[in-house]
Design a protein around this ligand. Structure first.
Ligand code: BG6
Length: 516
């Protein structure tokens, strides 16, 4: 995240433009996998198009397939033309392909890392990448630690004479508090915290970064952003997709680990954090971690009262003309027919600090819900008085501010207005800002900023070890209770509906309701 600049004052000057990253080589472990072709290569292409990669740049792919460098390039080119988010230009793609290298080998073979070292030294000599290396671990999570250790043993993580060595680690980072702590300890035997970039692709989304700009770049919202004015906050991440062939992974994860502990807690942290004193990475991260540490711990009774889990059965989702019939979770590939894994989770939590004490935060996420929508809704307290004769105060709609994260990125504010006519009657109206109208569509993958930030050494948008652990500290007691008490009614919602009825009850018990 480059420091914010005001476009109105700096537009057209050099100061408003980000500079290309410093010379470096990016090493991708898992180079023939899905992430590389769907996200990483298209993101690198977009960085080329935006002029943010230096001339002294290389990509070294590592994979188990015994490909020649030419084969690898051909494959990357085909994939890139297929998955690019913008129209591909021959000169730009050529620029990138020229800088691609490939090393075949696997983790078990120490020769792999020896060959990688040689390929990097060669790239330094041929392309001027200056010994700065970014390693991207697009590999299964149980291998993160082994890769880091192999890199260390091969001397490839040592930072000397101003050269940097950084490692991007994908999610999931651990599967509970103990495993996350252990993973942090194990990788820190090799790397310093400053070399570790734990990625969360939600933080790469423009609209997620906009939460801070919206809160701290404007004077009018912050004074009312607290327990005195806010009634409650709802954070929803709804997906229409199922597990999409990732059944084996999802069986071990479930919605709480897959979405809540990481992505949703980051949305919560950005919404609830105190203004940082600067945009320095650790200053911002300190504030985010404070929010997670202030979440009231769940006792086993709280888990029963304040959390809900669900699993989808078969049903109809929005699709072709008349909707599409989709199978139950238990009928998905690589999923047990008696699986107890949750595909939906809802919770009510409290951030016990002076700003938020007693303000409920309701979080819900699920697969196979009726529509794709990620949003943060801040509902304000009702107007206190009945000044309008025919409108009892309880019928006034409270003000609602919604940050629409995706799709249809934007911000809307709901308030009351007078219905035209001789009588004074109120009607609810909405003021709406759409990103695309003002700034144009941003056909990006979400990985561009994160890769660029790692290259320039800005870790603001990455998880720090304490942040990961704070997240696990909150969800582990929930996982423990869920593990001990098998769900009795799975599947408990039909695909294409808004989750189990208990999720409605969770919020209705407080006299509130989910946004539709
Ligand atoms: C991933 C989860 O981290 O995020 C997936 O593992 C989920 O299960 C995905 O579908 C959602 O990301 P997005 O960017 O489509 O909202």
């Amino acid at each position: 995240m480059t420091s914010p600049v005001a476009s109105e004052t700096l537009e057209g000057t050099d100061e408003s433009k980000a500079r290309p990253a410093p010379p470096c080589a990016m090493v991708i472990f898992g180079a023939t996998g899905d992430l590389t072709k769907r996200k990483l290569m298209p993101a690198l292409y977009n960085l080329v198009a935006d002029g943010l990669l230096p001339d002294e740049f290389a990509v070294v792919g590592i994979g188990r397939s015994p490909l020649s460098e030419e084969d690898f390039r051909r494959r990357m080119e085909e994939d890139l033309r297929h998955f690019a988010t913008v129209e591909v230009d021959d000169a730009r793609i050529g620029w990138l392909l020229q800088r691609l290298r490939y090393v075949a080998g696997d983790l078990e073979d120490p020769e792999t890392f020896h060959r990688l070292g040689e390929a990097l030294t060669k790239a330094d000599a041929e392309l001027g990448t200056a010994g700065n290396y970014l390693y991207y671990l697009a590999v299964p999570p149980n291998l993160f630690c082994d890769y880091v250790h192999r890199l260390g043993e091969a001397g490839l993580t040592r930072e000397e004479e101003g050269r940097w060595r950084r490692v991007i680690i994908e999610k999931p980072f651990g599967h509970d508090l103990d495993s996350a702590r252990k993973l942090n300890r194990d990788i820190r035997e090799v790397l310093g915290e400053k070399q570790i970039y734990r990625i969360d692709h939600y933080l790469g989304k423009e609209t997620v970064q906009n939460i801070m700009a919206f809160r701290f770049g404007n004077g009018i919202f912050e004074p009312i952003w607290n327990r005195r004015y806010v009634d409650h906050v709802q954070i929803t991440v709804a997906e229409t997709v199922g597990v999409e062939g990732r059944g084996a992974y999802y069986e071990e994860a479930g919605a709480l680990r897959d979405m809540v502990q990481n992505h949703m807690f980051q949305l919560l942290a950005l919404t609830a954090m105190e203004p940082p004193v600067s945009f320095a990475a650790d200053t911002v991260r300190d504030e985010r971690v404070k929010v997670l540490s202030a979440i009231r711990p769940f006792t086993p009774e709280d888990v029963l009262r304040l959390t809900v889990r669900g699993q989808y059965g078969e049903g109809m989702i929005e699709g072709k003309r008349d909707g599409e019939h989709v199978p139950a979770y238990r009928a998905e590939k690589s999923v047990s027919p008696t699986s107890n894994t949750e595909t939906f989770a809802a919770l009510e939590l409290f951030v016990d600090n002076w700003r938020w004490a007693d303000v409920p935060f309701y979080l819900r996420t699920g697969k196979r819900l009726p529509k794709r929508a990620t949003e943060i809704a801040i509902q304000f307290k009702r107007a206190p008085l009945m000044l309008f004769r025919d409108t009892p105060v309880e019928r006034l709609s409270p003000n609602l501010l919604v940050l629409h994260i995706q799709p249809d990125e934007g911000i809307s504010l709901r308030f009351e207005g007078k219905v035209p006519g001789p009588q004074v009657r109120l009607g609810t109206v909405r003021m709406h800002f759409e990103y695309a109208d003002y700034f144009g569509a941003q056909p990006h993958t979400g990985y561009e900023t994160l890769l660029y930030d790692c290259m320039i050494g800005d870790s603001t948008l990455f998880h720090r070890s304490d942040m990961v652990e704070a997240g696990w500290l909150v969800v582990t007691p929930i996982l423990d209770v869920w593990q001990a008490l098998a769900p009795r009614n799975f599947p408990n919602y039909a695909a294409g509906t808004w989750g189990p009825k208990e999720a409605e009850e969770l919020i209705q018990k407080d006299g509130r309701k989910w946004r539709g």
